[in-house]
Design a protein around this ligand. Sequence first.
Ligand SMILES: NC(=O)c1ccc[n+]([C@@H]2O[C@H](COP(=O)([O-])OP(=O)(O)OC[C@H]3O[C@@H](n4cnc5c(N)ncnc54)[C@H](OP(=O)(O)O)[C@@H]3O)[C@@H](O)[C@H]2O)c1
Length: 263
Amino acid sequence: MMLADKVAVIYGAGGGIGSAVARAFAAEGAKLFLTGRRRAPVEAVAQDIVAAGGSAEAAEVDALDETAVDKHLQSVIGKAGRVDISFNAVGIPDLKILGVPLVELDVEQFSLPITGYVTSYFLTARLAARRMIANKSGVIMTVTSLLSRMGAPIVGGYGPAQAAKEALTRNLSAELAPHGIRVVGLRPQAMPETATIQRAFEPRAKASGMTWEQWQQMLASRTHGRRLMTLDEMANVAVFMASDKASGMTGTTVNLTMGSLDD
Ligand SMILES: NC(=O)c1ccc[n+]([C@@H]2O[C@H](COP(=O)([O-])OP(=O)(O)OC[C@H]3O[C@@H](n4cnc5c(N)ncnc54)[C@H](OP(=O)(O)O)[C@@H]3O)[C@@H](O)[C@H]2O)c1
């Protein structure tokens, strides 16, 4: 098993990406501490994992609340002795940030994804790193999107937020790699299985006069394989990147856009 006995904390573990990564980590032997803003969806994922023979505990943790993140990590250290993997899969509801042209967007709505996404990644990474430094090992991970590097209309502050997270991945790595800690992001193409992606893209499809199905076909046509990624495919890469097999990877965001975005 690629993650045997690794202790992993996942933020936003009740979401589409967080829950898929949690299941994949558990299947590879990781001991999971799953967190989210609301406990119920995280608890459901933890119960599934335990029922399948894995190890998972759920907790309600707001990944923007420094005290809550710190207290939870301390409890993980108390129970498992260390933290090996920190994965931030937090997603801010797109309805709050997408759909308004930049010229009409107010500052508060523009800033929401920038402060939310970047601050939560910073807090969870920093607080995990403080524990990982003592062990001289660990992996800090997050997820971004191709809008970090591609212009698109009516996405407000979302693209700048994703670009900032990728910059933070590089800078965290520059400081933490000498302590044995790797920092790696994943940049998946849209995965239509997730509820988020439909909510995020429907306003843009509508604005372009397309149905949701036509929009998916248009996105798929931009990939080299003419198809979109599955959650399993993304989670498999997450497992590899979190594992010691990826010991040569740090300070980078893995391009999972299937050819939509050149390196
Ligand atoms: N889905 C895709 O195909 C795709 C592709 C590329 C990139 N991404 C990006 O990947 C990220 C996650 O996407 P997703 O599809 O997994 O989104 P999702 O299903 O909406 O999940 C996001 C999770 O984050 C949690 N969350 C939000 N604010 C939080 C906070 N302050 N503290 C703790 N948890 C919090 C949510 O919990 P609550 O529901 O309790 O608020 C939810 O469980 C987003 O940035 C998204 O843009 C997604």
